[in-house]
Design a protein around this ligand. Structure first.
Ligand code: GLA
Ligand code: ZN
Length: 673
């Protein structure tokens, strides 16, 4: 079994990406002195250093990296060492221009940024294996080495390539997947628009076509592109395992970023030794801390509940969004510790020292352009000491209350063209249901639709358009055995090839939901629809409505106007020992809360003690004890009730019956017993 925790790291990870090659070596001395002052325990190095390590083909310069790793080791700082394969040098592209990726319309990208990689290219694969082998051979025994950081953020900025070698690779992948061309024709439904193929050699990647292409082809190409990147990760990982046994291997994910939707992290989570994640606040006017919590919960779920590590976030503003506000005083620490509450074994940043040159010079860092006489630096030093006082939580696991189903492949299918409404965004529904659960102070695990759900009293399906028959059976079994299920509209419609399940909608779910959907009736932009309940309650929907025909389900809320007036809007079906709810419109936050309140009653989930909406309470538990994290995102001091007595770890104070959490602060109580 490979190691899963950074070797030799006896505390939580605290530090960041460290790019000393951007500075003269004299600066390194100051760096490590300040790292010690801040309590840095680990840094990520060498991620983009290929051009320095191999300045010309086959000529290596490891001297600077030797000195750097020695210096870190002398100062007790562990190294997360990158394989630099996300940034091949200029000489490589001069020799192998066809390793540059090609877009669907045939444009070839140029050198001069990063991540310009055709993952099928044999020369790239050979060169990546070579530099990885050199690094592993040289540093396997280095005492600073704690963790391998392969590549960087697979899937961005290029998620798929459409060049000739990818076309050949795609054909091989399809041959392995389908065996015969007849099976592929059947799966893709190529009888439509005369798209039938007589042989695999006739198939190309889904390049630019005059109008909408074949959805099965597009979906399989996404799978192929993801699998191809994973092949390259696994190739590097296996070299590292072989040459440097005992050192865990990771690559940094971006689990909750909707811009990075090309990676099926369920599959990747099984390949890494330690799941690590990068998270940046998306400042689009929504509650950023809710997206943060969701990213952290999703990352933990991808790690099957095991501890994971936040490998990058920012001390303050980033530089790549339209508007990049600084973080408010205290917000950095609150963000870091909110990740820790949800399973991260530390808090790392991009980056240690702010760059003077290059594309990211306006991105915040631990050590800003302004130096140490700055608010950011003082907060970094304070956070280092807070993180250190939490070291006893290592290895504990976050306890979840409910599960939300999540599937990247379903979104790939959903986001193909020509759907009933362009306003239906499945990610928006996932965010909205998550937020509604967050507001009820429930901790969420995400689960694959075919995963064992028996541990959860409540399972929510936000909008999973693609659902296999196996997933449908899984949900039936879950409800039959007493579970409570909530399903949002446009779920369970197609199978893994984007073919509509046989019979009325929603094919994969109609038995468990006790209904059929005769027709979708999406609403026009800005149209609203009223929905009334038996208790006189009135909810509002938009974007979507449906003609639902109950076949065993009871109607709970009914459409009051629009084309579907008088038809069921929200239904409940008793099925076996459990119940299954269905909502056929896009409810507002208030509507989701009403629906989840009813479902939580069915699931016998007791409402949480009266907590302000933006106060998070999350528990980590394990051999070293039970730790209650209270994260106060509000501007008011608050008190969080406790079932037991305990010790607050950041202040050292005793807590009995309750813990006071100042405005904007975090408290972590280790419960007695
Ligand atoms: C990503 C990358 C880093 C850096 C940061 C900036 O997460 O991994 O190299 O570019 O973004 O936010
Ligand atoms: Zn290619």
């Amino acid at each position: 079994m490979p190691e899963t925790t950074p070797k030799g790291l006896t505390r939580l990870a605290f530090g960041g990406d460290y790019n000393p090659e951007q500075w003269p070596e004299t600066v390194w001395q100051e760096d490590v002195r300040l790292m010690r002052e801040a309590g840095v325990t680990m840094v990520s190095v060498g991620i983009f250093s290929w051009a320095l390590l191999e300045p010309s083909p086959g000529a290596y310069d490891f001297g600077w990296l030797d000195r750097l790793l020695d210096l870190l080791h002398e100062n007790g700082i562990r190294a997360d060492l990158g394989t630099p394969t996300v940034a091949p040098p200029a000489w490589f592209y001069r020799a192998h221009p066809e390793a540059l990726p090609v877009t669907a319309d045939g444009t070839r990208y140029e050198f001069g940024s990063r991540g310009a990689i055709c993952h099928s290219n044999a020369d790239y694969r050979a060169a990546a294996a070579n530099i990885t082998t050199r690094l592993a051979t040289r540093y396997a025994e280095h005492p600073a080495l704690a963790l391998w950081h392969v590549h960087n953020e697979y899937g961005v900025p290029v998620s798929a390539c459409y060049c000739e070698s990818c076309a050949a690779h795609f054909r091989r992948w399809l041959t392995d997947t389908y065996g015969t061309i007849d099976a592929l024709n059947e799966a893709w439904g190529t009888a439509f628009w005369g798209q039938r193929y007589a042989g695999f050699d006739q198939i190309n990647p889904p390049r630019l076509t005059p109008t909408v292409g074949n959805p099965g082809q597009a979906l399989d190409h996404k799978r192929f592109a993801d699998a191809t990147m994973r092949e390259n990760f696994v190739a590097e990982r296996d070299i590292l395992h072989r040459l440097a046994p005992g050192i865990p291997v990771t690559t940094n994910f971006m689990t909750a970023l909707s811009q990075c939707d090309s990676v099926d992290y369920w599959a990747w989570g099984r390949e890494v030794d330690l799941v690590t994640n990068d998270h940046y606040l998306i400042t689009d006017g929504r509650r950023t801390h809710v997206n943060l919590a969701m990213a952290a919960d999703l990352t933990r779920s991808v790690a099957s509940g095991a501890p994971w590590l936040l490998l990058e976030h920012s001390t303050s503003g980033v530089n790549w969004q339209p508007h990049n506000p600084a973080k408010a005083p205290g917000q950095m620490a609150r963000n870091s510790l909110a990740h820790v509450a949800r399973g991260s074994e530390g808090a790392m940043f991009f980056q240690w020292r702010q760059s003077r040159r290059g594309a990211e010079k306006f991105h915040s860092s631990m050590l800003p352009h302004g130096g140490t006489d700055t608010r950011v630096w003082r907060e970094v030093v304070e956070l280092g000491s807070s993180v250190d006082s939490l070291r006893s939580i290592r290895g504990t696991r976050t306890r979840a209350d409910v599960a939300v189903l999540w599937d990247w492949q379903s979104w790939w299918a959903q986001n193909l063209q020509w759907r009933p409404s362009e306003d239906h965004d499945p990610r928006e529904r996932a965010d909205a249901f998550y937020e509604a659960l967050y507001d009820r102070h429930l901790t969420v695990d995400f689960a694959h639709p075919e995963a064992d759900l028996s541990a959860y009293p409540l399972v929510v399906v936000p909008a999973l358009y693609l659902m296999t028959e196996a997933a449908g059976n899984n949900l039936e079994e879950y409800v039959e055995n007493g579970g409570t299920l909530v399903v949002s509209y446009f779920s369970g419609i197609v199978d893994e090839h984007d073919a509509v399940h046989d019979g009325p909608y929603p094919g994969a779910l109609r038995d468990v939901l006790g209904l059929t959907v005769e027709e979708f009736s999406p609403l026009l932009k800005d149209d609203r629809i009223r929905v009334t309940g038996p208790d006189g309650s009135e909810l509002t929907g938009d974007v979507w409505s449906e003609f639902v025909v109950p076949r065993g389900a009871e109607t709970v809320w009914t459409y009051a106007d629009g084309l579907t007036a008088g038809h069921p809007a929200v239904t409940r079906h008793r099925f076996g020992e459990g119940s299954a709810w269905y909502v056929s419109t896009r409810l507002t936050a208030q509507g989701l809360d009403a629906l989840l309140g009813r479902a939580a009653d069915d699931a016998r989930i007791a409402p949480r003690a009266d907590l302000p909406r933006d106060v998070e309470v999350v528990c980590r538990t394990g051999e070293s004890g039970t730790f209650l994290f209270a994260v106060n995102h509000t501007a008011l001091d608050t008190k969080v009730p406790l079932d037991a007595h305990g010790t607050e770890l950041l202040t050292g104070e005793r807590a009995a019956g309750q813990v006071s959490v100042p405005a904007g602060a975090v408290r972590v109580v280790r419960l007695d017993g």
